[in-house]
Design a protein around this ligand. Structure first.
Ligand code: NAD
Length: 295
């Protein structure tokens, strides 16, 4: 079974890496955070002081980093591509700009490496349960090699197209998610302000035409569901600033092609105000707090 170098052990990377360990892969892990590495070491991974050490002698490299600049810095500016063994497969699961994904894939190809963009959907619960959706951009042959590894972390694997296509699809999905979470929050706040129980309203929406993932799986209203960020003061989960990054990527993609995304832009502005009010590190479902009636 492949030895894997895993870099980026945050809210998503750590549970994904744990599933690979459980499946029997040897893992060399690296993160800028010592505690993040220690936690994985307790589960049997080999902690590495540098990214270069983490990729030494591996057959596959996986990165799960916050944004484009981290991915470009690591692979290109810091020269990690030059340290990766020649026959290794490289999977970047971070959500980044499609043009960044294409740049690193091109640089990898020039070194004879196959690099796929493989961003994920399904949140931290999906990462822990091994039920993520992988949205892959790159060659068919690369995906065929990646599939057995991705299947240990996810349930659905889609081939969106060539390099960067996985990121385009992911950005479209997350723009819609941002809009749906804000809209769901607005509907629940309206119902509660008019005397409804948020749980009863959520149950009604879940069986009516307004149904969506934000209401049914990741409800933003505290007390409606257990084991969601709303039940934990919006700790963990998918940070407001990460959602803001994705809505910014959607805006850039729209500008680049002349597409119109008025609701995406409105959602971006809402999350931007929420972040500016000090909630950037909290889960994005906390946007409901902006809409709750204060009096
Ligand atoms: P996170 O901020 O929790 O984790 C990122 C980790 O990367 C941190 O531990 C950080 O220390 C580490 N890191 C940053 N630069 C590094 C470097 N140069 N070398 C080594 N480690 C480095 O973020 P997350 O929530 O795990 O998200 C990761 C990616 O997945 C993002 O692109 C995000 O948009 C995407 N994503 C997140 C979710 C979610 O629900 N959290 C869902 C789908 C996709």
């Amino acid at each position: 079974m492949e030895k894997i170098g895993f870099i980026g052990l945050g809210n998503m990377g750590a549970p994904m890496a744990r599933n690979l360990l459980r499946a029997g892969h040897a893992l060399q892990v690296h993160d800028l955070s010592e505690p993040a590495m220690r936690a994985l070491a307790e589960d049997g991974a080999q902690p590495c002081a540098s990214a270069a050490q983490a990729v030494a002698g591996v057959q596959c490299v996986i990165t799960m980093l916050p944004a484009s600049r981290h991915v470009e810095q690591l692979y290109l500016a810091d020269g990690l591509l030059a340290q990766i063994p020649a026959d290794a497969l490289v999977l970047d699961c971070s959500t980044i700009a499609p043009q960044s994904a294409r740049r690193v894939a091109q640089a990898a190809q020039e070194r004879g490496l196959t690099l796929l963009d493989a961003p994920v959907s399904g949140g931290t619960a999906g990462a822990a349960a091994g039920t993520l959706t992988f949205i892959v951009g790159g060659s068919e042959q690369g995906l065929a090699r990646a599939r057995p590894i991705l299947e240990k972390m996810g349930k659905n694997i889609f081939h969106a197209g060539g390099s960067g296509a996985g990121q385009v699809a992911k950005i479209c999905n997350n723009m819609l998610l941002g809009i749906l979470m804000a809209g769901t929050s607005e509907a629940l706040a309206l119902g509660v302000a008019n005397g409804l129980d948020p749980k009863v309203l959520s149950d009604i929406i879940a069986k009516s035409s307004g149904r969506n993932w934000a209401t049914e799986v990741y409800n933003p209203w505290p007390g409606v569901m257990e084991n969601v960020p709303a039940a934990k003061g919006y700790a963990g989960g998918f940070g407001v600033d990460l959602m803001l990054k994705d809505l910014g990527l959607a805006a850039e993609a729209a500008l680049a092609t002349g597409a119109t995304t008025p609701l995406g832009e409105l959602a971006r502005n809402l999350y931007s105000l929420h972040s500016a009010a000090g909630h950037g590190q909290e889960d994005f479902s906390g946007i409901v707090q902006m809409l709750q009636r204060r009096r």
